[in-house]
Design a protein around this ligand. Structure first.
Ligand code: FPP
Length: 627
């Protein structure tokens, strides 16, 4: 083990800040020494557990490395707790939970007796990392302690996304805070997702021997089925022709997924070098997996020192040069500890624990009781009539849109009160670009100011955005993305706002994604079904709309959610949008609850409004065949 060249906190203070900051010259206190030791431990953990990851972190500016070690060591600590051999699943899950709860307490206290959490809490304070988004990953690690089985690639990917992506997001946020944003191009989203898939699959192949020793096979059934006998052979530790063919197939798939040359276009050169080197290291790792043959089942394959050096030496030189061109922002020196108060017990986010119910309607109106089986899971709304409302009141059209925001708030409050799971609002369509520039600017400015004001900040609302980024103001796109990230862990109402959204455009995007998947050999065009298609929609987890409500006395669906609303009950109401309040939503839901839904079946056989509340598309939906 080599001694770190510089202790972590000092590195944090100086490497990002060429002039000496007061913090850098501060006398070494006992607490600093403890913190340095904590970061050193995280660094050691990273280097020992994952040399490739350690090498990648070394390509980052020195000031960012300690936070990366802390994040990585924390993820590893949780993973180790979830995987601990010879410990009963319930006990493993309890240990993960205890670790997570302790982190909540530590964050509130600003310190920890556990060195990894101590470093993590410090890194979060310095770089203003919002650890809320790790909540899902931690819950997933806890569930992992019980079982990890995946029917298909979609379930496997959902697991990767839940477990891995939030940690990657933290690193991205770190870069952002340091002033070197790892700009991700929204039109490259699929490339990033594929890359994460490929990285995770490489990891699974690399760790095969360790996982199998614990009886774990972290591959979906869908991947195993074409190789009869491979699953049993693997679990028995037998290298057979079926196993060899499976490994060859999966290594080739992983290689295709991590080879995404266009992924780094437009990125800061330093960040691009980190990602490109990551891709190179993953391919070298896959070479080692393929070369291992039967030994893959006995030990972890590693690329040769020469193969690694060929990638890392030039990358070190290039990254040093690239980072030297960008002055980075210094981190915040954590301020005084927050006063000790009652500490949250269940949630990672102080913010989540502070969630409150929506304000009541001024009239005291309460939501109607709707029998669970008759409650829609997803209501989609075309908010029409802002312009006419404004004219009716002698105002500008832009005033109508601004007035519409009050109705949006009301409807969200009503949705929370009645227990709706999904609400989707049509705020700006791809066709709305045909309006006067002045009105377009007013609508977009209204949306931006709502995002700035964040009226749902303290409510249990997960905010999402559906639509295309092109032509939208960059600030608006950034704010939408930020809100999505900030509220990702919330479990109440999912509010999707459609901005620069077009239904046919959404279907075209899905068709393009499907064509790309077919080109990569991931789907077979001769065996496609509707669920395969739905999985390639920009928001594959958006459930079907049960109820489509349009205000403003118009009876059209206007290119809104054509896929999701194919079987929606339609409800048209005469009032203009700014006049709506939560009672109108409740009225729409009450009306829906009385309808008899048929989905193409004979009345009296497959009817009753309505029983489905699971996200469709995750399993074959009888309605797709019922026309
Ligand atoms: C349709 O009315 C409404 C719109 C195109 C804009 C909707 C936007 C808002 C309500 C702003 C706030 C939204 C959120 C999600 C915070 P119209 O202009 O077509 O009305 P008209 O048919 O009377 O002309």
């Amino acid at each position: 083990m080599t001694t770190p060249p510089r202790s972590a906190p000092a590195a944090l203070d100086t490497a990002t800040h060429p002039r000496k900051s007061p913090a850098a010259t501060r006398a070494l206190t006992g607490e600093d020494a403890v913190l340095r030791a904590a970061y050193r431990l995280c660094r050691r953990t990273t280097r020992q557990h994952d040399p490739a990851m350690y090498a990648l972190v070394q390509l980052m500016p020195a000031g960012l490395r300690p936070a990366c070690w802390a994040l990585w060591a924390a993820a590893t600590a949780l993973d180790d707790l979830a995987d601990e051999p010879d410990v009963a699943p319930a006990e493993r899950a309890a240990r993960v939970e205890a670790w997570t709860v302790s982190l909540v307490h530590d964050l509130a206290a600003g310190t920890s007796s556990d060195p990894v959490r101590h470093a993590l809490v410090d890194a979060a304070g310095r770089w203003r990392l919002d650890l809320t988004s790790l909540q899902g990953a931690m819950a997933s690690a806890r569930d992992d302690a019980h079982d990890r089985r995946f029917a298909d690639w979609a379930a496997w990917r959902a697991w990767c996304n839940k477990e891995v992506v939030p940690w990657v997001e933290q690193v991205r946020h770190l870069f952002e805070q340091a002033g070197a944003p790892m700009t991700l191009r929204l039109d490259r989203q699929t490339d990033y997702e594929r890359f994460v898939d490929g990285a995770q699959l490489t990891d699974v192949l690399t760790d095969l021997s360790t996982d199998l020793a614990q009886g774990l096979l972290l591959l979906p059934q869908e991947a195993l089925e074409p190789f009869p006998g491979a699953e049993e052979d693997l679990l028995q530790g037998r290298w057979s022709p079926a196993v060899a063919a499976l490994i060859t197939e999966l290594a080739a798939l992983a290689r295709r997924r991590v080879t995404r040359p266009a992924m780094t276009t437009g990125m800061h050169p330093g960040a691009a070098i980190v990602l490109e080197t990551a891709a190179g290291l993953l391919r070298a790792q896959l070479d080692a997996v393929e070369a291992a043959g039967p030994t893959l089942l006995q030990r972890t394959p590693r690329p040769s020192v020469v193969a690694r050096a060929r990638l890392l030496v030039p990358a070190r030189l290039r990254s040093t040069l690239a980072w030297s061109l960008t002055p980075l922002t210094a981190p915040t020196v954590p301020g005084p500890r927050r006063p000790k108060g009652p500490t949250p017990s269940v949630s990672l986010a102080a913010e989540n624990t502070g969630l409150r119910p929506p304000p009541s309607h001024p009239s005291g109106a309460r939501p109607p009781m709707i029998p669970a089986g008759r409650m829609p899971a997803h209501v989609a709304v075309i908010m029409d009539g802002n312009g006419r409302w404004a004219e009716q009141h002698g105002l500008q059209r832009s005033d109508g849109h601004r007035a519409g925001t009050a109705a949006v708030r009301e409807i969200v409050y009503g949705a929370l009160e009645i227990g709706l799971r999904h609400l989707t609002l049509y705020a700006f369509s791809t066709e709305n670009w045909k309006r006067d520039a002045e009105e377009i600017t007013a609508i977009l400015a209204t949306l931006q100011s709502e995002l700035d004001e964040a009226p749902f900040r303290d409510l249990d609302v997960r905010q999402r955005w559906s639509g295309r980024p092109d032509r939208l103001p960059e600030d608006l796109v950034d704010s939408l993305r930020r809100e999505e990230a900030r509220t990702r862990a919330r479990t109440g109402l999912t509010l999707t706002v459609c901005i620069n959204y077009g239904g046919r455009d959404e279907i075209t995007q899905a068709a393009a994604a499907l064509a790309r998947a077919a080109r990569e050999g991931e789907v077979d065009p001769d065996h496609l079904n509707e669920d395969d298609f739905a999985r390639h929609l920009p928001h594959p987890d958006m459930p079907e709309a049960d109820l489509l409500w349009r205000t403003g006395n118009e009876q059209r669906t206007s290119n809104f959610l054509p896929w999701h609303a194919a079987y929606a009950e339609l409800y048209f109401s005469p009032g203009y949008w700014p006049d709506m309040d939560r009672r109108d939503l409740w009225q729409a839901i009450t009306e829906y609850s009385r309808r008899q839904r048929r989905h193409g079946a004979v009345p009296g056989r497959l009817t009753s409004p309505d029983t489905h509340h699971s996200p469709p598309h995750t399993q074959p939906d009888p309605r797709h065949r019922a026309r």
